[in-house]
Design a protein around this ligand. Sequence first.
Ligand SMILES: NC(=O)c1ccc[n+]([C@@H]2O[C@H](COP(=O)([O-])OP(=O)(O)OC[C@H]3O[C@@H](n4cnc5c(N)ncnc54)[C@H](OP(=O)(O)O)[C@@H]3O)[C@@H](O)[C@H]2O)c1
Length: 293
Amino acid sequence: MTKTGPLTFAVIGCGTLGTAIARGILDPLDKDSFQIKRLIATVGTEHSKSRVETEFSEHSSRVQVLLATENVRAVQEADVVLLSAKPVKRQEIFDVPGFRDALRGKLLLSIMAGISTKELQRLASGGDGDLERQQPLQAVRTMPNIAAKIREAMSLSTANLDMLTTENKKIASWVYQQVGQQKFVPESTFDISAVLVGCAGSLLLLAVDGLLDAAVAEGVKRPEATEMVMNSALGMMKLVPAGNHPSVLREVIASPGGCSIRALLELERLGVRSAFTAAIMKAAERSKGMSNS
Ligand SMILES: NC(=O)c1ccc[n+]([C@@H]2O[C@H](COP(=O)([O-])OP(=O)(O)OC[C@H]3O[C@@H](n4cnc5c(N)ncnc54)[C@H](OP(=O)(O)O)[C@@H]3O)[C@@H](O)[C@H]2O)c1
């Protein structure tokens, strides 16, 4: 894709993440780099179609919502295509007659978990090795997270940077920067990095849930406990990017004979730190398995 004017953008699979990203680019934080002239979203059911139409009612002059039966039309009319359906749907989507042809020359952005750029290339070429050599796909694989809904995602992208044009790299970065922060990483470290942005947050939420249960057991109402825990945790977390190492912070907080050191020792006794490490390593193993399968 060499075009730099306002873009027509197709979202194939406008569910939770697709909707969050579409919302971000329709009302961008960075209004100078790129603009969305038109957005075409596709979904599986009439129910989802009504949901997305309602969601984007204030952008109705620029947004069109179609059923999955019109995926080919959506891609034909687009400059950039975001694939945000479930990974299990990928073969069905690419196998529709005309889909691969419609994709030719477009920038393909995929957030499908576990689907490598090599697999995207295979899907797009329909297993035709010659075509693959002649027309390397302009594809960027990204792992965002659900915080895209509030423009606070950390999105990791990877691509064959020898093939991807500078303009397409800029477009991909711009898209994800409208829903948070974005960076490119090599595909060799993508699986473990993707697990960190995709799963680590949910592990921390499990810890938050445990803290809330304790507060409720001790008589604090859950909404009040949630406010206290979340606000203190968010403030504490922000100290880390401000230059404080987590272990140093822990030592500073744990004063001699105090409450924090007792709580920390109890967590160590229960093996919580190594449990977090083991959980992420399990997830990374699974992520590598998905990419290689
Ligand atoms: N959720 C996360 O936190 C997260 C994080 C990182 C990456 N991802 C990846 O993001 C992708 C989307 O996840 P999600 O949670 O947003 O899923 P989702 O809410 O289930 O969205 C999927 C959407 O695809 C639509 N769809 C189904 N079949 C289709 C087809 N043949 N053509 C076009 N659209 C079709 C569905 O419509 P109907 O519902 O009407 O069938 C739905 O709107 C997945 O590949 C996932 O691996 C998700």
